[in-house]
Design a binder for this molecule. Structure first.
Ligand code: FAD
Ligand code: UDP
Length: 370
């Protein structure tokens, strides 16, 4: 018997497992993939820590979260400054004075704001009701058309006019010459990769990889009274109310042993709809030096999720939000010993720091009651 079964060896499950073990609890971690780490998993390929599920940059404003992760890793001073490639033209991201200058030739913040206001007025938007209207009111129609529309529709497989406005509010808009993507107090990349952090968090816990909770439910439920479930909440309930929708990404890794520097930047966003991938990532640039002779590139191809694919992005539209709420109601009614957490369990678009904080707060609550 164990005190807890944690389903999913991603960041949420691993932080919770660590906190439980630290308080003397026995924890069994079940992971259906054949490796730990969930989507932050990194693998060492030709001497480079490759982010196997897309570019991951740690950033946070929370001192508690930053102090916590620094117990398990040394972070470098990497600052994320992606670039957008639209039909061979390069624009600086996030949207900043560099972007406005390249797009319109404007030089001062006042000129940039006037240009955006003019385009917002032409579009007749007062209260933005969807992503398209939100984007045009934030950065004007020209930037929307070249850097947002086709990229977003490629990513989400839906017209921008049918997507919620909050997605685009994740992207900073700065009237400064500053291309630091994340407006965070703390930012960096763990020099030994993210998997190393997860290994340290899970040290002392029994971990079974390649093991699906739902396929072994009866056996596992008999092993502990409490379950922390970080997989998809609809999967836990056997999809009895229907499937939640996700978008997924296929990651193609290309090893180039003889290329020292392929794209000159860690992250390039391909904002033109005719390019089938969204981002290309050159992992060695996360590590600030170019000492290894070769390089590894990962291209991210978006597509509609179907059962069997990795659920990557929850689709937080009205229909899916209502279905998720129905699953939560079911959980409240039927599952008093199961707690749903993390990006899939809560069906939320969480960054790593939010996941760490949520898992720490859950441990605070659960162990305060003990
Ligand atoms: P997951 O990592 O998804 O872990 C859940 C685990 O549960 C998985 O390993 C899964 O296999 C396992 N599981 C599911 N069902 C079962 C089952 N039935 N039985 C057993 N195991 C199961 N955040 C940032 O802060 N910065 C970034 O730059 C950033 N970039 C990102 C880029 C991409 C492409 C993506 C997809 C995400 C990015 N994120 C980023 C977000 C980050 O990946 C998440 O916040 C974090 O990985 C969530 O951790 P989690 O444990 O909640 O979920
Ligand atoms: N986005 C865009 N163009 C870009 C980058 C992002 O239009 O070059 C939009 C897109 O809709 C995306 C949202 O901004 O879903 C948030 O971007 P972010 O990079 O934060 O998303 P993530 O990669 O974490 O999904």
């Amino acid at each position: 018997m164990h005190d807890y079964i944690v389903v999913g060896a991603g960041l949420f499950g691993s932080v919770f497992a660590h906190e439980a073990k630290r308080r003397g609890k026995s924890v069994l971690v079940i992971e259906k993939r054949n490796h730990i780490g969930g989507n932050i998993y990194t693998e060492n390929i030709i001497g480079i820590h490759v982010h196997m599920y897309g570019a991951h940059i740690f950033h946070t404003n929370s001192k508690r979260v930053w102090d916590f992760v620094n117990k398990f890793a040394t972070f470098n001073r990497y600052t994320n400054s992606p670039i957008a490639n639209y039909r061979g033209e390069i624009y600086s991201l996030p949207f900043s004075m560099y972007t406005f200058n390249k797009m319109w030739g404007v030089v001062t913040p006042e000129q940039a704001k006037a240009k955006i206001e003019e385009q917002r007025r032409e579009a007749g938007i007062t209260e933005p009701r969807n992503l398209e209207e939100q984007a045009i009111s934030l950065v004007g129609r020209d930037i929307y058309e070249r850097l947002i529309k086709e990229y977003t529709e490629k990513q989400w497989g839906r017209p921008c006019s049918e997507l919620p406005a909050f997605i685009i509010r994740r992207l900073p808009v700065r009237f400064k010459y500053d291309n630091n993507y994340f407006n965070a107090l703390y930012q960096g990349i763990p020099v030994d990769g993210f998997t190393d952090i997860i290994e340290k968090l899970l040290d002392g816990c029994e971990v079974r990889t390649g093991y699906d909770f739902c396929a072994n439910r009866e056996e596992l439920e008999a092993l502990a009274e409490k379950i922390i479930f970080t997989g998809p909440i609809d999967e836990y309930f056997g999809y009895c109310l229907g499937h939640l929708e996700y978008r997924t990404l296929r990651f193609e890794h290309e090893i180039m042993p003889d290329t020292e520097n392929y794209q000159g930047n860690a992250v390039v966003n391909w904002t033109d709809g005719s390019v089938p991938y969204m981002r290309s990532v050159e992992h060695k640039h996360f590590y600030l030096t170019l000492e290894t002779p070769g390089t590894v590139i990962t291209r991210e191809y978006p597509s509609e999720w179907k059962p069997g694919d990795e659920p990557i992005y929850p689709v937080n539209d009205d229909k899916n939000t209502a279905l998720y709420e129905a699953y939560i109601a079911l959980a409240r009614e039927k599952c008093h010993d199961v707690i749903f957490g993390g990006r899939l369990g809560e069906y939320r678009y969480y960054d790593m720091d939010q996941v760490v904080l949520k898992a720490l707060e859950l441990a605070d609550r659960v162990f305060a009651e003990d």
